[in-house]
Design a protein around this ligand. Structure first.
Ligand code: PSV
Ligand code: MN
Length: 431
């Protein structure tokens, strides 16, 4: 059962009272600065107000590496406690009204009870995630050598059945999408026939696609390597695009920022998928070397900005353009709630900065081949400090001006540490 401590509206009001005057001064100053560039701060704040990001249920537990996991105090022990933490993040940040569940990690006994618990926290369920990269207790066939692409049809059938179960559960929870990521691949040259494995992948996906309810979307998540270290089946955006196109309009590609080789031009992948009509959504995180699952914007905030630069460009061409935004991070050395709040802010910041780009002027400069001026135009937007806008929209939406400070002062973590004595072997985190 979820514990009882929660941050009270009075506490939040007191926190905001202390910071409000400074924020209003900073906001007024930024409004003047933006007005010089013919930008209306209220329009910007309004656009950001409508931006929503989903929290990964697995992100509120401490993650881990191949080497160890160092659990933190007061970690959630079940899906209801995870929801409580997600609710707290939303209460303070007001940018994360949705949760992305992972099944079976978050398998509820009663979907109705779980849905009601989410609604009580002001949360809804975004994309469901199926897990066929791990064996589950009592499962008949092992995924050691693959799931949707396994050479044995019985294993593939089991993995397909799991995805159908996840869709059915998602329907009861009010979700309208499923993200499929498989760990399938090979560790040795010669181990798998690349072409045959991809054929089996597509065939299995077709069976899942046929079960999609109307209005549902299936996201395909590609990944260059890991856990398979020589080759993965859905290894890159081109493969993902081809599969999504073969399957039909209810299938789109999901870009996890960490699933590419270092230095890959991810914003260009985004541009390509947008142009081809198959960009479905994101798993935001940051990385230095591989799928490091570091906090969004902590390593390469400029890349995050450039991704949003493409998304704002896409939205300008097509106002109906609405990809799904999710975080997908693993927190090894920080408090997961703090990391998720800070990452939500970094993603919002990148979006806000991308909204500042003068697109008509940029097109002119591109037409004139004025490389440096075009680059400086982007840099100017990227270097604008939009923090007052982000804080103001949190304040107006009933959140905290400074979520991190409010969280630390609230005593939430200490209260959860006593409410949630550590349980051995609980399902939080990724090891
Ligand atoms: C795989 O690395 C991934 O990015 C997929 O989205 C999984 O669902 C998630 O991480 C958690 O393992
Ligand atoms: Mn991911």
């Amino acid at each position: 059962m979820a514990g009882t401590f929660s941050i009270t509206p009075d506490f939040l009001a007191e926190h905001n009272r202390a910071l409000r005057a400074d924020l209003e001064a900073d906001y007024a100053h930024l409004a003047k600065q933006l007005a010089r560039a013919k930008l209306d701060i209220e329009e910007l704040t309004d656009k950001l107000q409508r931006f929503a990001l989903a929290i990964p249920s697995w992100g509120v537990g401490t993650g881990g590496t191949r080497f160890a996991r160092f659990p933190g105090p007061g970690e959630p022990r079940d899906v209801f406690e995870k929801l409580a933490d997600c609710g707290t993040i939303q209460q303070l940040c007001r940018a994360t009204p949705a949760v992305s569940l992972h099944i079976p990690w978050d398998e509820p006994k009663d979907a109705g009870v779980l849905r009601a618990a989410a609604e009580a926290q002001g949360l809804r369920f975004d994309a469901m995630n199926s897990n066929t990269f791990q064996d589950q207790p009592g499962q008949k066939h092992s995924y050691k050598f693959g799931s949707l692409t396994h050479t044995d049809a019985a294993v593939r059938a089991q993995a397909i059945a799991h995805n159908l179960h996840v869709i059915e559960l998602g329907q009861r929870l009010g979700s309208t999408s499923i993200t499929v990521w498989v760990g399938d691949g090979a560790n040795f040259p010669g181990q798998a026939n690349h072409r045959a494995a991809l054929e089996r992948y597509l065939e299995s996906l077709r069976a899942i696609y046929r079960a999609l309810p109307p209005g549902w979307v299936m996201y395909l998540e590609h990944k260059l390597y890991e856990p398979a270290f020589y080759a993965t089946v859905n290894n890159d955006w081109g493969t993902s695009y081809w599969c999504a196109r073969e399957l039909g309009p209810q299938c789109r590609c999901l870009v996890d920022l960490g699933h590419h080789a270092p230095n890959t031009n991810i914003e260009m992948i985004v541009a390509r998928l947008v142009q081809l009509g198959k960009l479905g959504g994101f798993h935001f995180n940051d990385s230095k070397y591989g799928d490091d699952d570091l906090d969004s914007g902590s390593i390469n905030p400029f890349q995050l900005f450039l991704v949003f630069n493409e998304l704002v460009d896409a939205a300008q061409r097509d106002p109906a353009f609405a990809p799904a935004y999710m975080l997908d991070q693993s927190h090894n050395v920080t408090d997961p709630i703090e990391s998720l709040m800070s990452s939500a802010g970094e993603v919002q910041r990148a979006f806000a900065q991308a909204l500042l780009v003068d697109r008509a002027r940029l097109a002119e400069l591109q037409q004139q081949n004025d490389a440096l001026a075009a680059h400086r135009l982007l840099k100017q937007a990227f270097q604008t400090d939009v923090a007052p806008v982000l804080a103001m929209l949190r304040l107006r939406a009933g959140g905290a001006i400074d979520p991190l400070a409010a969280f630390r002062q609230s005593g939430y973590r200490a209260a959860k540490a006593s409410e949630r004595p550590a349980a051995a072997g609980h399902g939080s985190g990724i090891v």
